[in-house]
Design a protein around this ligand. Structure first.
Ligand SMILES: [Cu+2]
Length: 340
């Protein structure tokens, strides 16, 4: 049985959260380090040896670098890449289920990681609402240690999400979406550095009441994974998988408006950028305006900062994108838009 985020949204809509909770509880693995061939006993990356680069074991020409897990096909990240549609006609009050689980996830062809997840994936489900909606997030901690759920943006400060929820516990967080924008959510349990870097985060899109112009929309959450517990990331990936959009470029029609919901959740690095080759884009910082602040080809974000980017690729071809912190690109965060 496999579940993706669209399954989750569908099942939540018919109230099957309890059944899923049971499934995750039954499948939850022991919290032990996971080994991977060539990566040492705890899934460690190869270390620097001799005069070569620290990445020498995994580097190749771009396009032949970090490879995604072999069992992931070209549509494996569709639920993480394509946000739910803008639906202003939905009920204004909606209930959503999120749960925390502790389980291994495959980061690359060679690395499996003992992740802490929302709803089984890193990043967690994309939440989308329209300004003025009222969301009630029902959170259950199916993990073996305290976790919780904290949303950026406007809400009642009393159930703010920083209060730890014990293993087996639950909590309800009301979120009023009075300000449109792009917001992250994440676990806030100490040490938050570990709780977030193990994968407890996701993106929430709050649309303006009238929506934004029609576009090909994608969500790109930059993730960093600390494999050896040194506080720095050794593997990076957009939407949780290293090398995925290098192997499977994001296809967009030539000339169509492309809108990228960009969120930096890469822990362990003070900042990360998004750089697009061969073209420029409009930047809407935090997604809280309808007019862009600048036209550029690189935007830099500290962890939890985000931006909406818009562009139209003018000619057929492949347009590389990556953080300009090149160690991130070379360790999994390389990708391409293919204008077709
Ligand atoms: Cu946590």
């Amino acid at each position: 049985m496999t579940l993706d985020r669209r399954d989750w949204l569908r099942l939540t809509a018919v109230g099957a959260g309890g059944a899923l909770a049971g499934w995750f509880a039954a499948r939850r693995p022991p919290n032990t380090p996971v080994s991977a061939p060539g990566y040492g006993p705890a899934g460690l990356m190869p270390v620097r040896s001799g005069g070569g680069s620290a990445n020498a074991h995994i580097m190749g020409p771009y396009g032949l670098g970090v490879e995604p897990p072999a069992n992931l096909g070209p549509n494996a990240l569709d639920a993480a890449l394509h946000p739910p549609p803008f639906e202003p006609g939905r009920p204004r009050l909606r209930n959503l289920d999120l749960w925390a689980s502790e389980q291994p996830i495959a980061l690359t062809k060679e690395v499996t990681f003992q992740a802490w997840t929302y709803n089984g994936t890193v990043p967690g489900p994309i939440i989308r609402a329209t300004e003025g909606d009222e969301l009630r997030i029902h959170f259950r901690n199916l993990g073996s240690r305290p976790h919780n759920l904290h949303f950026h943006g406007s809400h009642d400060p009393a159930p703010d999400g920083w209060q730890p929820v014990p293993a087996g516990g639950e909590a309800t967080y009301p979120i009023s979406t009075e300000s449109f924008g792009l917001y992250p959510y994440h676990c806030h349990t100490p040490p938050a550095n570990e709780h977030i870097s193990r994968g407890l985060y996701g993106a929430m899109i709050i649309d303006p009441a009238k929506g934004r112009p029609p576009a090909r929309e994608v969500v790109l959450v930059l993730c960093g994974f600390d494999l050896d517990g040194d506080g720095k990331s050794e593997v990076y990936g957009w939407n949780g998988v290293g090398g995925f959009f290098d192997r499977y470029p994001i296809k967009v029609p030539v000339g169509d408006l492309v809108r990228v919901y960009l969120v930096n959740m890469a822990w362990g690095d003070p900042m990360a950028s998004f750089h697009l080759h061969a073209h420029t884009f409009d930047v809407f910082r935090s997604g809280t305006t309808l007019t862009p602040q600048e036209r550029t080809d690189v935007v830099t974000l500290a962890p939890t900062e985000r931006a909406i980017l818009e562009f139209r690729l003018p000619t057929r071809g492949r347009y590389m994108f990556h953080p300009h912190q090149t160690h991130m690109a070379e360790r999994g965060a390389m990708g391409w838009f293919a204008a077709v």
